[in-house]
Structures are given as C-alpha cells and as structure tokens.
Design a protein around this ligand. Structure first.
Ligand code: HDD
Length: 703
C-alpha cells in the first residue's frame, strides 16, 4: 500500500522523502522502494505529498490549482451511492451451486442438466427495514438473495427467510415499506417495526396476518445467516425441452439446522456487537467452515394446484412440507468472502426477472410487479444502465447484444454494425431453440383491478402456523406481539390488532390483550372466509423441531481467570473441535490469563466486551480467587445471569460457585447447569449443548 511519509508536525513546511527514482534509461519507476507502488492521481500522475495541500507559504491560503487535493476531495465527496430502498443492510459471500442429479425431465435450464456440475454463485443476506448502518439483530425478515452465474445467463432467486409475504399485490409494496420505515416527521424508530405506522397499516391489511405470525416468531431473530432457511416464496414454473410446465417452489435448507436467539438476547447483542451476523459469516468462511444449504423443490402440476386448499399464486400462502415434500436437487456452498465490500456486496444487483431458459414466472401478482421494480431500482442505485458491466453483475457465460453507450460503458463493441437485421451477416442473432421462451399459457379475461376470490382466506394458514409451534415458540410469538404493540401509542391500533389475533387464535389474542392491559376484549376481526380449524400442524414450520443434530458451527464462551485449570480448558477445546464447534476465552484482561500450570493464554475478549449473549453456551473455568474477584464485577455477574436467563447450558468448575451465587444461579437449579471436571463431564456438557437451549427453564426465568 502507500508508503510511509515522515511526519509533518509543527507549522514549518517539511519536504517529504521522495521515493520516485529514475532508472538508468530515465524512465519513471512505479516501484521505487521494494514492491511498494508509488501513489498516483486517478489520472496516473505520481504524487509527491498526500498529507499537505498546496498553500501560499506554510501558513497561507490554499491554492485552487492543487489538482491532487481537488481530485482526492471530489472522489471522496462522491463515495456513497444511494442505499437500497429496502434491504439496505446486507452481507454477501461467493460460492458455488452443485447439481445433484439431472432435472432434464422438468427443466431445460442448463445448470440442472448434469449431475455434479458446479456453477459459481453469489449470495447476499440482508435485513429489510433498517438503513445500511443499522444493527444486525433487528426483529425483521432476512433477505436471502442468490445469484447463480449459469452458462445461459444469471439466475437470481431473490428470496427471504420466510416463505410468505405481507401483501398479495405489488402495488401495495410502497405502502408497506413506507409504513415500516422510520416515521417521516420524526425519522425514528430505526430498523424497528414496533411503532404506530407499521401496526396501523398491518391492522388494516388482513392479508398480512400469516406473515405477521412469522415475523413475530423467532424466525425474525436468527442466530446466524448460516442457520436459517431461504424461500423463493412465489410459485415459479419449470419448463422442459418440450415446453411442458411444472410448478415449483424453491426452498434453501441449511445443513447446520435452524437456530434463533431470544428477544432479550437480540436486544443485548445489538449493543454488544451490531455486526453479529456479518462477523459470524466472515469468521465461518475465513476459518474454512463453509456454510451450506440444500436447494429443495416442491414440484406440482395444475391438478395439484387446483386441488390445493389455497391459490398457489397467492404469495401469502405456503404449501406445507408434510403435504408436498421438498426434494433436494443441489447444494449451495459459500466458500469465499468478497475482496471488496463495495464493489461486490454493495453493487450486486439482484433482479427477479433474471431467469434462464427453463425457469419461468407464474402469474403471482407480487412476482409480476417485482419483475418491474428490480431493474428500475438498479438504475437509480448504480446510476447507469451499464450496471451489468460491473464484474459482480456481469454474466460469466459468453454474451452478445447491440446495447451500447451510456454512462460508464466499459465493454464497448467494435466494428461498424450495431443493429440487426443487417446485410453483412455481422453480430449476434436470436436463437429460437436455445433462447428463452415463456410458457404459452392461454388467457382470456377482461382487464380488471380485482383480487381473486381464491386469495380471500387470510387467517387459516396464520392459525396453522401458530398451531405448529412448540410451547416456547408460541410463547415467544405472544411476547413479541406484546412488545411491539406496547410501543404503539394509539390504543385503537392495539385493539384492532388484538381483534385479528382473536380470529387467528382466541388464546393468543386473550394473552396479548391481557399483557397490554386491554380490559374488555374487542370482537374478533370478521373474516371474509371462515378460518379453518382442520389444517393439521406442520412440524416443518417450527424452529425448535428443526434444530441441528450436533453443536457444529456453534460457539462456547469460556470465562477464565488466572489460576484456572489448564488441562480442563484443553480438554474442552479438544472436545469442541471434535464436534466442529469453537470456543472463545473471556478474561478480566484481554491480555489473557495464566493457568494453574503456568501456561499463558491470550483472551479473545475482556469481560466487558464479551457478554454471554455472543455465545451459544458458556463455561465458567475459574480459580477460587478469580471467581471471588469477578463476583464483584457487574459484567461478570451479567455474563452468568444472562446465560441462565436465556436458557443456555452452563458448564462450571466448583471454584466458580461464588460468582454463580452472586449472579443468583444455584448450581443444582436444573439440568442445564453442568459441573465440569475432565473427561466424561465435558462430553456431557457438549451433549447437552447439542439441544442448544434448555427451554424447560423458561417458565422459571420468565423470559
Ligand atoms: Fe424485494 C430488494 C426479497 C417483494 C422491490 N427484495 C430485495 C432484496 C431481497 C428481496 C432479498 C435484496 C436484494 C439484495 O440483496 O440486493 N422482495 C423480496 C421478497 C419479496 C419481495 C422475497 C416477496 C416475495 N420487493 C418485493 C416487492 C417489490 C420489491 C413486491 C416491489 C414491487 N426489493 C424491491 C426493490 C429492491 C428489493 C425496491 C431494493 C433493492 C433492490 O431491489 O435491488 O426493487
């Protein structure tokens, strides 16, 4: 990078060392000191001094002729591009998609033809409502956008971690986004749906009730991007070589199972590490623990669509996995971080309309509207129709067209012919066989602005989702609704929402009303279609029932002090490594500790900066003296008390008892507290950790 310059302290001008030298032939060397390049202007001119602007005398006025200063400032002033109007905060990674088996029977899409073939991919995860600099653990939907660079053009599957959406028609999108974003007069709250405008809109939009159940569930506070599902949401079509159509829904299933945090934890994580999710992905990929998802498809025909209880074109509905099993067709592996965040993650342009031949749209009105919005927004954001010239957006297959010129055109055609047809036989030509063909659906209908009757049932699947959750998950939904509605100032909005909840589930509505202090229950909201009671619970909708099989990919925070048991620490580290998990040390000083056997260990965190909310489980490996000292520190007491309150497993040595006592945690309170000695107890601790949380404790701690 730029070479070091001598300091320029004081008011007298200093001449900085010049590293530009001339070679024997008089040519200018760009590498004068070893391999350190000489700094130049953007025009390539070598720079002599980058730290002092040109002035008349050392203390005099600056000169406008200082082209280096002006260029540097000009470029800096223009560094920002508009952030995405939604999904502004995101984090991306490179990887590949590997096809399991040929899907030629269903689709002619090139990437699905050959078993074992790998196709490069880029993924961007995001929150929806918050601005670019907001925190990671907002209660929000997570974007899960995948760009696969196929040999027949880019395929963008622009999905979320929730399989349904708030609205049924794209024309309502600006309204819901206006409603969820900070209120326009006061410009807060940031990255929150807990405010009047959002709940006002929602309470007047019954079609959003199914999605609201998801957003109020722990799905909206994932532990890691690596532990969440992704959904294409809409019904798409696959088309084979004979142009036969099969309907399809796309689902990404994480190999490491599902996991979320609890709300109280999320609130604290946002303070302790606002970059919690991006750091997690960065660390996993940099350490070679590449996250993986299987792409699964739910395939069905028109007959199934006609027989299904709901309209498959309605994006507020899903097809339960127990009715139509998702079939894995390939895997996505993320194995490389971008070299430059701006160039890749910020400039990547996902567009639902990017589909290769063999994948087609359905008439889902949300999808049809999206197909306009994404192209349009990229022009605003990236500033030129040539955003496909940016490497992250350019196809990786051969491409040829007659589009030309425009701002920042990087790939310019050569030759005379820039149109077709032409009589010179030059340039590309369409190929009716290889080219994209839409499914030739026959439609005869009047032009109308109408919502179909088949989209009218807004409550049945909301109820089914709630009924499919385990006890703790149902409780979390009630608590989330209470939290959010308690932030709503207008009592009428609160009551209107409770009326919807009563229609979804009477007990849920009553619980939330009680917690909000609503004394007289409103009448349940009237439903256009009577909500159904007979939809069977779908275990696939629960996070707890779809957790990991091991503790792989998770992290233990170990609180240590001088004089702690080094052998036990080593045993714990080895057992975690064998499990595919990691540990980080938290100590009174970040410089580290000296174990009883004299080994010096650096710490990852000082106790203030490493609260237990950052870990999946904790261990207290303390000496008696260390525990006594830490018992007097609020951060150490919180470390233990929070881990307990968040239902985490806690391993401890006998010496740690004074700290636990001060934190209000008795060692025999429940089976989530595991005394650690070497050997079997470490194994028992890790075996417990595999279940992630001791939900049975939740009633006692009243989360
Ligand atoms: Fe959207 C971005 C996902 C409905 C309009 N959307 C965006 C991103 C994701 C989604 C993951 C971020 C992409 C990235 O990382 O760059 N959006 C969805 C899903 C939807 C959905 C799963 C419903 C099923 N979106 C939706 C509608 C509209 C938009 C109905 C408008 C009619 N979405 C946009 C947008 C964004 C966007 C304004 C903002 C930035 C961008 O496109 O590139 O065009």
């Amino acid at each position: 990078m730029a070479r070091k310059t001598k300091g320029a302290a004081g008011s007298t001008a200093r001449i900085h060392d010049q590293t530009l030298t001339r070679g024997t032939g008089g040519e200018l060397h760009q590498f004068a000191q070893g391999d350190t390049p000489v700094m130049t202007t953007a025009q390539g001119g070598p720079v002599a001094d980058d730290q002092n602007s040109l002035k008349v005398g050392a203390r005099g006025p600056a000169l406008i002729e200082d082209f280096h200063f002006r260029e540097k400032m000009f470029h800096f002033d223009h560094e920002r591009i508009p952030e995405r109007v939604v999904h502004a905060r995101g984090y991306g990674a490179h990887g590949y998609f590997e096809t399991y088996e040929s899907l030629a029977k269903y689709t002619r899409a090139d990437l699905f033809q050959r078993a074992g073939e790998k196709t490069p991919a880029f993924v961007r995860f995001s929150t929806v409502a918050g601005s670019k600099g907001s925190f990671d653990l907002a209660r929000d939907v997570r974007g899960f956008a995948v760009k696969i660079y196929t040999q027949e053009g880019n395929w963008d599957l622009v999905g979320n971690n929730i399989p349904v959406f708030f609205i049924q028609d794209a024309i309502k999108f600006p309204d819901i986004i206006h409603a969820v974003k900070p209120e326009p007069d006061r410009a807060f709250p940031q990255a929150q749906s807990a405010h009047d405008n959002f709940w006002d809109f929602i309470s007047l939009t019954p079609e959003s009730m199914h999605m609201i159940m998801w957003v109020m569930s722990d799905r909206a506070i994932p532990r890691s991007f690596r532990f969440m599902e992704g959904f294409g949401v809409h019904t798409f079509r696959l088309l084979n070589a004979q142009d036969e159509s099969t309907f399809v829904k796309f689902i990404w299933k994480p190999k490491l199972g599902l996991q979320s945090v609890v709300w109280n934890e999320a609130v604290k994580i946002n303070g302790a590490d606002p970059d919690f999710h991006r750091r997690d992905l960065w660390e996993a990929i940099q350490s070679g623990n590449f996250p993986e998802w299987e792409l699964c498809v739910q395939l069905f025909d028109q007959e199934f669509a006609d027989s299904f209880d709901f309209d498959v074109l309605d994006p507020t509905k899903l097809i339960p996995e127990e009715i139509l099993k998702p079939v894995p067709i390939g895997r996505l592996v993320l194995d490389r971080m971008p070299d430059n965040f701006f160039a890749e993650t910020e400039q990547v342009a996902f567009m639902t309309q990017n589909v290769p031949p063999g994948i087609d749209f359905s008439n889902d009105p949300l999808l049809q509207g999206r197909n306009f919005s994404y192209l349009d927004t990229q022009l605003k954001r990236l500033g030129s129709p040539n955003f496909t010239h940016i490497p992250i957006n350019a196809p990786k297959c051969p491409f040829a067209h007659f589009q030309q010129d425009g701002h920042m055109a990087m790939r310019n055609p050569v030759g005379r012919t820039n149109y077709q047809p032409n009589s010179r036989g030059e340039g590309p030509r369409p190929d009716p066989v290889r080219g994209f063909r839409s499914f030739a659906e026959e439609i005869e209908a009047p032009k109308v602005r109408l919502r179909p009757e088949s989209f009218a049932d807004h409550y049945s699947q909301a109820r089914q989702f709630f009924n499919s959750q385990t006890g703790p998950e149902q409780k979390h939904i009630a608590m989330a609704l209470t939290f959010e509605l308690a932030k709503v100032e207008d009592v009428v909005i609160r009551e209107r929402m409770v009326a919807h909840l009563l229609t979804i589930d009477a007990a849920l509505g009553a619980t939330v009303a009680d917690k909000l202090g609503i004394e007289t229950l409103p009448k349940p909201a009237e439903a256009a279609v009577t909500p159904r009671d007979d939809l069977p619970a779908s275990p696939a909708l629960s996070i707890i029932q779809n957790g990991p099989e091991s503790f792989k990919g998770r992290k233990v925070g170990v609180l240590v002090s001088n004089g702690c048991d080094g052998a036990l620490l080593t045993a714990l580290q080895a057992a975690l490594a064998a499990e595919g998990a990691t540990m980080e040390l938290i100590a009174p000083k970040v410089g580290g500790v000296e174990t009883a056997d004299g080994t010096k260990l650096p710490a990852h965190h000082m106790i203030d900066g490493g609260p237990s909310v950052l870990f999946d489980a904790v261990a207290l490996l303390l000496s008696e003296e260390g525990a006594e000292r830490l018992a007097g520190e609020a951060a150490a007491r919180d470390f233990v008390a929070d881990a307990f309150a968040h239902c985490k497993f806690i391993g401890f040595t006998a010496a740690a008892l004074p700290l636990m006592a001060k934190a209000g945690v008795a060692p025999d309170e429940d089976e989530g507290l595991i005394a650690l000695e070497e050997g079997a107890s470490v194994d028992a601790f890790i075996a417990s950790c595999r279940t992630l949380r001791l939900w049975a404790r939740e009633g006692a701690v009243k989360l």
